[in-house]
Design a protein around this ligand. Structure first.
Ligand SMILES: Nc1nc2c(c(=O)[nH]1)N[C@H]1C(S)=C(S)[C@@H](COP(=O)(O)OP(=O)(O)OC[C@H]3O[C@@H](n4cnc5c(=O)[nH]c(N)nc54)[C@H](O)[C@@H]3O)O[C@H]1N2
Ligand SMILES: Nc1nc2c(c(=O)[nH]1)N[C@H]1C(S)=C(S)[C@@H](COP(=O)(O)OP(=O)(O)OC[C@H]3O[C@@H](n4cnc5c(=O)[nH]c(N)nc54)[C@H](O)[C@@H]3O)O[C@H]1N2
Ligand code: SF4
Ligand SMILES: [Mo]
Length: 736
């Protein structure tokens, strides 16, 4: 029998539910809660980027009034960027989703009770399944909720409700790195710790702009005392490139030619560590033969770089003791991203730059909990970094959870793009979107919106009711955000950081974990989640799920141990010595494939699917704009301080000569068009973009009107950074 949401929540005790407010008056809505955490100051981790800075939150009467960067946290050592400093202010915004909203027959979103919302959720999805089968529903989740919430959502959808299709925004971001590591090293395992920034002699950043995307990691680079050289491989002369010793402004998507060429030139000059290769890797001879087709002349022709620049880099790699390769979205977001990431792994392997201080082929993650999503969300990987297709992995998970093995699907189901494609075909008719803003962040915005409109039922679960995606919802479930709930995030260096509840969610908004548990009751599969009524209990489950896997954390006692240690990196198997503050993987040269060896993997480079033409002569690059903007701006736009730190409207960066040829004046409005749409934005004329290229930040809705849906074949990650556009002046009368 279904019990009311209010009754259920009253029944669940523990600190998380103690001060829940469900309806005005019932629990004293609007009163200051007794105390959310016992101290007058408490440490938590930031909820924006994957750096995972520690923040010290100052409380009055148990409620956060202010924060400052934690000086005693090993990640950020007392520093934070503007987003971190402003993290509390965005919680108090008038457009916070504070009660469930239901679209009425007149098409307006109107408040409903949790009870009605949850009954509707279940009856609508169950009707769709009855009529069209389990393949007709799906969920899209996120790298921005605590790991514990990801575990509950993954269990609920896959094992409780039996849904076959589910993915997350981590597909847009990290899928390439995850697949590249898994294929090359045997497990999705970024090997480094942040200390490696300080301990390297040569840092090579490929398609990464940490000065904007990971500013506190950049601060760690600046602490390097080894007179390290910094190389940036990026078509744009970014803030990071400006700080580098050598910037290689290669043609977009010519990375494979450069990286294969570097391997060839290093082999030719004998700068390889043959002993390391023989002992720890497979496939080098084939790789060496393959890259022998990349002499210097071919590199220069394919990349547009100067021969001397390439030779300089070869010289530095060959002569530096500790070389580290760092990559982010310029590599991952590519139609050949997996092979590009692997060509960096290949370079690190063949030069013996793995497992020693200041080395590694290192993917920097993006969202605060991208790594949690990779290992514990039950989307692309089965819980604990396992494989849905492996019977022994399904058996292990079934045994740990005490469920029948037949409840575990044999495949991870459709990927993000395949889910949207199935919606377009009418095959998927019900979709539940949690903590991601698909309409803004997916490609081809207008068509994405039309696709979602085809659904019989769209549920959006978000902190704000005004997001582009929430506006399309039939049902909006109001969620508590960062600072309003507990759990853990896993940062870029594999560190579990602890989150504290320091503020009360508005109205009757609930922590996502509560929403998942309530749904399990209304759906009729409550037994599955019943033991996990507090994040700390889910954490204990995560330990059991990790046991014997490369991400084993059975040696982390509990949250108190995380608190005391300042976060702990995985792995930490039971019985380990107390962990060093910063640890890297593969010091013993043992990789995670069955034979302990890493693999050299490679493929021929492919031409850009939508090259420049006479009609669309410019290549559009997209990415992060400023330190103070986060993605689709649902959060950062709510801070008056942050709003002063970035341009208010959409803009396009264009090279002075491309602007002159078109008669474009600085800050003039221009029309940018691609085969998918056209938008009007301001022109910023700057030589930081190359000729024949333009750049638009992703933070404005206009950008993804233009982008082309195309994907890496191995990871299905979108290639957001290459499509052909035209830019032209608007008529004088259209100028403001
Ligand atoms: N302020 C801020 N910080 C963030 C975020 C945010 O929204 N705002 N988002 C976070 C997230 S989720 C992520 S994933 C990270 C992303 O962090 P980054 O990957 O550093 O950011 P991007 O700007 O997307 O892309 C990096 C660079 O790739 C370059 N690039 C484009 N095409 C190519 C190419 O073909 N080859 C090469 N070598 N480079 C190319 C672009 O010019 C760009 O400078 O940032 C995280 N940090
Ligand atoms: N053109 C272009 N497009 C891109 C990229 C690019 O470089 N170029 N980058 C891609 C990348 S790397 C990424 S990661 C994606 C990001 O794309 P999105 O995930 O769509 O971007 P966000 O704005 O971070 O959306 C997160 C949503 O979750 C909500 N939210 C935050 N915290 C919580 C919570 O605790 N619970 C719930 N329920 N909701 C919450 C926020 O209000 C927001 O609506 O964009 C991708 N899109
Ligand atoms: S660098 Fe990232 S984790 Fe650190 S304060 Fe800024 S947004 Fe937060
Ligand atoms: Mo991302």
């Amino acid at each position: 029998m279904i019990r009311k949401a209010t009754e259920l929540l009253r029944q669940w005790d523990g600190p998380l539910t103690r001060d829940l407010v469900l309806s005005p008056g019932e629990f004293g809505l609007g009163q200051v809660p007794e105390k959310l955490v016992p101290d007058q100051t408490t440490r938590t981790v930031c909820g924006y980027c994957s750096t995972g800075c520690g923040l010290q939150v100052h409380l009055r009467d148990g409620v956060a009034i202010n924060l400052s960067p934690a000086a005693d946290y090993p990640v950020n050592l007392g520093m934070a960027c503007p987003k971190g400093w402003e993290a509390l202010s965005v919680l108090h915004s008038p457009d916070r989703a504070s009660e469930p909203l239901w679209r009425n027959e007149a098409g307006e979103l109107k408040p409903v009770s949790w009870d009605d919302a949850l009954k509707t959720f279940c009856s609508r999805f169950q009707n769709i399944i009855r009529e069209h089968g389990l393949d007709s529903v799906a969920f899209l989740s996120t790298g921005q909720i605590p790991t514990e919430e990801m575990v509950l959502l993954g269990m609920l959808t896959r094992f409780g409700m039996g849904w076959r299709h589910g993915d997350s925004n981590t597909r847009q971001c990290m899928a390439t790195a995850a697949v590249a590591y898994k294929q090359s090293l045997g497990f999705d395992a970024p090997p480094y710790s942040y200390a490696d920034f300080e301990e390297s002699d040569l840092l090579i950043f490929v398609g990464a702009n940490p000065c904007v995307g990971h500013p506190i990691l950049w601060e760690r680079v600046l602490r390097n005392q080894r007179e390290a050289k910094i190389v940036v491989i990026d078509p744009r002369h970014t803030e990071t490139a400006q700080a580098a010793d050598l910037h290689l402004p290669l043609q977009p998507k010519s990375d494979l030619d450069l990286l294969y060429g570097l391997a060839n030139l290093l082999i030719e000059r004998g700068a390889v560590k043959q002993e390391y290769i023989d002992e720890h890797t497979n496939g080098f001879a084939d790789f060496a033969e393959f890259v022998s087709a990349w002499p210097l002349a071919r590199i220069v022709a394919a990349t547009g770089l100067k021969a001397a620049e390439v030779e300089q880099l070869v010289e530095w790699i060959a002569t530096s003791e500790r070389v580290s390769f760092w990559w982010t979205m310029g590599v991952n977001q590519s139609y050949q991203g997996v092979r590009t990431a692997q060509s960096l792994i290949n370079l690190a392997l063949m030069t013996g730059n793995f497992g020693r201080p200041g080395t590694g082929a290192n993917s920097i993650t993006g969202q605060c909990n991208a790594m949690g999503s990779r290992l514990f969300s039950n989307t692309s990987a089965l819980l604990g970094g396992r494989d849905f297709t492996k019977p022994e992995h399904r058996q292990q998970v079934a045994q740990i959870l005490g469920i029948d093995e037949t409840r575990i699907p044999h495949s991870s189901g459709y990927t993000y793009d395949q889910i949207l494609e199935a919606v377009r075909r009418g095959e998927i008719r019900g979709l539940w979107i949690i903590a991601t803003n698909t309409v803004h962040s997916w490609m081809q915005r207008d068509e994405t919106r039309e696709t979602l409109a085809k659904l019989d039922f769209l549920v959006v679960q978000d902190m704000y009711h005004t997001t582009e995606t929430a506006q399309e919802a039939d049902l909006l479930l109001p969620a508590a955000g960062w600072g309003e709930k507990e759990g853990t995030f896993i940062n870029s260096e594999r560190r579990f950081g602890l989150l504290k509840k320091v503020a009360r969610a508005p109205g009757v908004a609930l922590a996502d974990s509560h929403i998942f548990r309530l749904i399990s009751h209304y759906w009729g599969c409550e037994a599955l989640l019943a033991p996990y009524d507090h994040p700390a209990k889910v954490f204990q489950l995560m330990k059991r799920l990790s046991q014997g896997m490369p991400c084993d954390i059975t040696g982390i006692e509990d949250y108190a141990m995380l608190e005391q240690a300042g976060g702990i990196q995985w792995p930490l198997p039971a019985g380990s010595e107390p962990p060093a503050v910063e640890r890297r993987l593969f010091a013993d040269g043992k990789f995670f494939h069955a034979d302990g060896r890493a693999k050299f993997l490679f493929d021929a480079p492919l031409p850009m699917p939508e090259p420049a033409t006479d009609h669309y002569p410019l290549i559009l690059l997209t990415g992060r704009g400023t330190v103070s903007q986060w993605h689709t701006q649902t959060r950062t736009a709510k801070s008056a301080v942050l709003r002063k730190l970035y341009p208010a409207g959409a803009y396009l960066e264009i090279h002075p000569r491309d602007a002159r040829e078109r008669g474009i004046q600085p800050l003039e409005k221009v029309e940018v068009s691609s085969r998918r749409g056209r938008v009007t934005v301001k022109a910023m004329i700057t030589p930081t973009v190359g000729r024949g290229q333009v750049f638009m930040p992703m933070h404005y809705g206009e950008t993804n009107v233009l982008t082309l849906p195309h994907f890496d074949p191995h990871s299905r990650q979108p290639s957001y950074k290459d499509c052909a556009v035209q830019v032209r002046r608007l008529n004088q009368e259209n100028q403001p």
